[in-house]
Design a binder for this molecule. Structure first.
Ligand SMILES: [Zn+2]
Length: 416
């Protein structure tokens, strides 16, 4: 048997997976559904050819373990679940590249690498059905809020605990999954970029520095309803005017932050009729940055701007926090190794932050040294059936990710 990595095999396995999990609208591997169970069975079949121990943990994450000379473990992760009408690469590229790397390591080290190597397929990364992303990895990291998760319902009114029971997972015990991280010494995750940064730089691969911290708020401007015909312009308390001024302002705030992004994603007005000045306007603001200090500054600047515009318009403003997460920085040594692996594979490398959250952020929050590698996304689009990456880039990413795995394995083995 050849000991060489075969990236073309990963591409053909991705196509095989697409063949039975995609319809005319895209991938349909939504977590805990029949198609997802079928996908998992297919993955287990692929793993059967390897001398790995395979089991699902208490949160439904699937682990394949190749025992090494040391029980300290290098983890490689991804997710086989997709959003409804999703793409053919998001999540499963990571897992199938991991399968190929297990094959290479098994062959090269005759079934016993210097450290234990484990592949994990996280359960319900997307959170498409219950609106809660990173379910399996946050249960494993210990960060899952049980009280919030216990009452989540899908659009048919089925609760998360009930849906889990149907696939033999006991909701109350999901955090026992944390045991899996006991001997974890490093975690690697490959992912499509899902954005246009590498595409615009014309680079196939990038080393990921970490995931953005997020501040998510509702901002409510309180004015006064008044007749649109009889109220002179200078007598209005127009909640919409103040809210609207926030729109260009957040572009200036993001610009000043060097690398942050701000989005006003929704706007609702009351009474919301054509013949009344707006009495109340509620907008949502999502702010993200890799640097915690810069993120805090972006938030302060938005708060100050909202006060200023409220005063100018003779209205009042109030804020509600919707959600927040701190930035997660990946491990410096691993980021360096990732950059080197990319440079060795295709000459040029680039370091970039991740806007979306990934399972890797949860593993890093649990204290395991972590890094991610991104491969270019065509059109910069994902969560859509048009999601795509050039086949040549898919092959390059498997090669570079394998080089990273080898470096990380030696790094783990050399640790005291
Ligand atoms: Zn993903």
């Amino acid at each position: 048997m050849s000991t060489a990595l075969n990236p073309k095999r990963t591409v053909s396995e991705l196509k095989e997976l697409r063949g039975f999990t995609q319809d005319e609208n895209g991938a349909q591997r939504v977590a805990f559904t029949k198609k997802w169970v079928e996908t998992r069975a297919w993955l287990r079949k692929k793993l059967e050819a390897l001398p790995v121990e395979v089991h699902a943990d208490a949160a439904g994450n699937l682990w394949a373990t190749l025992r090494g000379a040391s029980d300290r473990a290098l983890l490689i992760g991804g997710h086989m679940d997709s959003v409804p009408n999703g793409g053919w690469l998001d999540g499963c590229l990571n897992v199938l590249a991991g399968v190929e790397i297990l094959r290479r390591i098994d062959a090269q080290y005759h079934g016993q690498p210097p450290v234990t190597v484990r592949l994990v397929d996280w359960a319900d990364e997307e959170g498409a059905r219950f609106g809660k992303s990173l379910f399996g990895s946050s249960a494993c990291s210990g960060n899952l809020n049980m009280d919030e998760a216990r009452v989540l319902k899908d659009k048919d009114g089925i609760g998360l605990p009930e849906a889990l029971k149907a696939v033999d997972i006991d909701f109350e015990r999901v955090k026992e999954s944390g045991q899996e991280l006991k001997r974890a010494a490093a975690y690697l995750e490959l992912h499509i970029e899902q954005g246009p940064v590498l595409l615009d730089l014309d680079l196939p691969l990038g080393a990921v520095l970490g995931t953005f911290g997020v501040e998510r708020h509702a901002i409510i401007f309180h004015g006064q309803a008044a007749h649109s015909g009889s109220t002179p312009m200078n007598r209005r308390k127009d909640a919409f005017l103040a809210a609207a001024k926030m729109s260009p302002e957040i572009y200036r705030i993001a610009e000043r932050s060097h690398g942050g992004v701000c989005t006003i994603g929704s706007c609702a007005t009351q009474p919301g009729i054509v013949t009344s000045v707006v009495a109340e306007c509620r907008i949502t603001l999502d702010q993200r940055h890799l640097d915690a200090v810069a993120l805090a500054r972006m938030l302060e600047e938005a708060e100050a701007a909202s006060e200023k515009f409220a005063n100018e318009g003779n209205v009042r403003v109030s804020w509600e926090r919707l959600w927040q997460i701190e930035p997660v920085l990946f491990h410096q040594d691993l980021v360096q190794m990732c950059s080197e692996a990319i440079a060795e594979t295709c000459g040029q490398t680039h370091r970039l932050p991740s806007g979306p959250l990934h399972d890797a952020a949860e593993v890093a929050r649990a204290g395991v040294p972590t890094v991610m590698m991104f491969v270019q996304s065509l059109y910069g689009i994902s969560h859509n059936k048009i999601e795509d990456t050039k086949e040549a880039h898919l092959e390059l990413c498997v090669t570079a990710f394998d080089k990273l795995a080898e470096k990380a394995m030696r790094w783990v083995a050399a640790k005291p």
